[in-house]
Design a protein around this ligand. Structure first.
Ligand code: GDD
Ligand code: MN
Length: 421
């Protein structure tokens, strides 16, 4: 049964005030903790600001604004705003949106002419927003506006983030091609490998339809890339309570999707950038220092075993033994220092032995990568002709494998699983 909507009274405002474009923020992508103030006065915050990023949406925007206004007038009369952020669309979407303002006074319009891109458009919109709850929805009606009601009620129940998901009960996509489904799921799987603790928190990390409490992301410097603003919010925000609401991703009415291969490349770069931004730096430095001590153990044994002036054994055999000695050295220091805060909860020789075996296995895989990389550099990429070529190649191989060893050990060997009381 469609909810009853009463039309909101349109308060007369000066034409210039209503239809003028919003100022375009510049500088860092940070949302202020308090609603923006005007002429020094603290404006009372609104309940809700919904940002609509647009590019070439002039045919869709009037119907979307009509539906959103009807819905939000019914649940949040006089307590919401709609903010269209258009990137200078050739079809002048910003102008079409402006022409709607007189009829829908809760609508505000921003036209960006320098910066471009979906996720920065959303953040710039949130930067001028006055709402205590911030939201984003696509302009092409592929996100059913009525899903907003469910998202809003989840926020009212206390969620920090309410996400419209295609992959929970009641969710789905309309006629997506197999390729599109494969690409979307593939992108999600890649995200789970690179950023499991972020992408793994929701069933539809690709969603561009969600609401978030301003306080959960206020003051955080965002640095998104491409299309996936939700990953940035999950990665940088203070999000503890997440609720998902199922929705069916609709067919576009007018216009076409702007997704190109560029968005997929941006997505991978975004994941990697966020990965390093969220990298446990202090722990990684400790791990690297331990690894550095292992380099001396590795080098010392490599010299003793393979150098012509010492035992003169074959390079690979010497390398394997040298690396194993370094692995044991590293495990002891890592278990004691780098991951001491975790291993101290997992006492007992059996558990320590289990960690040593996992560490060893991961490092052995790392050793294989190391030997392959060493040989690739030394025998195929010309390091053999450099002075001390074998040692420079060895150092590069060790550095690359250190990142591998750290990440997989963090996830597997010293995972915070069973913690003794
Ligand atoms: N301002 C601005 N700048 N808006 C943009 C840009 C841009 O560069 N590119 C796209 N948009 C707007 C579109 O106008 C539309 O409102 C919305 O962003 C989504 O763009 P589409 O081109 O329709 O993307 P899609 O249909 O393939 O949707 C996919 O991406 C969306 C955004 O992340 C799906 O993954 C959706 O779930 C997701 O919401
Ligand atoms: Mn779309």
């Amino acid at each position: 049964m469609s909810p009853s909507y009463q039309r909101t009274k349109i308060r007369p405002m000066s034409i210039t005030q209503t239809t003028s474009l919003l100022p375009v923020p510049s500088g860092p992508l940070v949302i202020s903790p308090l609603p923006p103030t005007a002429n020094g006065l603290q404006k009372s915050p609104l309940g809700f600001s919904l940002v609509i990023p647009t590019y070439q949406e002039s045919q869709n925007i009037p119907e979307l604004i009509r539906q959103l206004s009807l819905l939000l007038d019914s649940i949040l009369p006089d307590d919401y705003e709609l903010i269209v952020v258009d990137d200078n669309s050739p079809d002048r979407t910003w102008e079409v949106a402006q022409s709607l303002i007189l009829e829908y006074p809760k609508l505000r319009v921003m036209r960006r002419q320098q910066e471009r891109g979906l996720s920065t458009a959303v953040i710039r919109g949130w930067q001028v927003a006055r709402g205590e709850v911030l939201g984003v929805i696509d302009a092409d009606l592929q996100h059913p506006p009525e899903t907003l009601l469910k998202l809003w009620s989840e926020i009212q129940r206390g969620a920090d983030l309410a996400v419209a998901s295609r992959h929970v009960e009641g969710g789905g996509v309309s006629e997506w091609s197999l390729l599109r489904r494969f690409l979307s799921r593939g992108a999600q799987t890649l995200g789970l490998v690179i950023l499991p603790e972020v992408v793994g928190r929701v069933s539809d990390p690709m969603s561009g339809f969600f609401l978030v409490r301003r306080e959960a992301i206020a003051g955080k410097v965002m640095n998104p890339l491409g299309y996936k603003i939700l990953i940035e919010v999950l990665g940088r925000g203070n999000i503890s309570w997440i609720k998902e609401v199922g929705y069916v991703f609709q067919e576009r009415l007018e216009g076409k999707s702007k997704v190109t291969w560029r968005q997929y490349i941006d997505y991978i770069l975004h994941l990697l950038r966020l990965r390093f931004a969220l990298w446990p730096v202090a722990r990684f430095l400790r791990f690297s220092l331990v690894g550095f001590s292992g380099v001396f153990v590795d080098m010392a044994f490599l010299y003793l075993l393979s150098d012509p002036s010492a035992l003169g054994w074959g390079l690979t055999r010497s390398k394997i033994i040298a690396a194993e000695m370094a692995i044991i050295n590293n495990f002891l220091w890592n278990d004691l220092w780098t991951f001491g805060d975790i291993s101290s909860h997992q006492r007992g020789w059996r558990k320590r032995l289990k960690r040593l075996l996992k560490f060893n296995l991961i490092c052995l895989v790392g050793l294989i990568l190391n030997v392959l990389l060493l040989n690739l550099l030394f025998n195929f990429l010309g390091f053999a002709h450099l002075p001390y070529g074998r040692y420079i190649a060895n150092l590069i191989a060790i550095a690359a494998v250190t990142i591998w060893n750290f990440w997989i050990n963090l996830k597997l060997s010293w995972r915070v699983t069973e913690v003794n009381d």
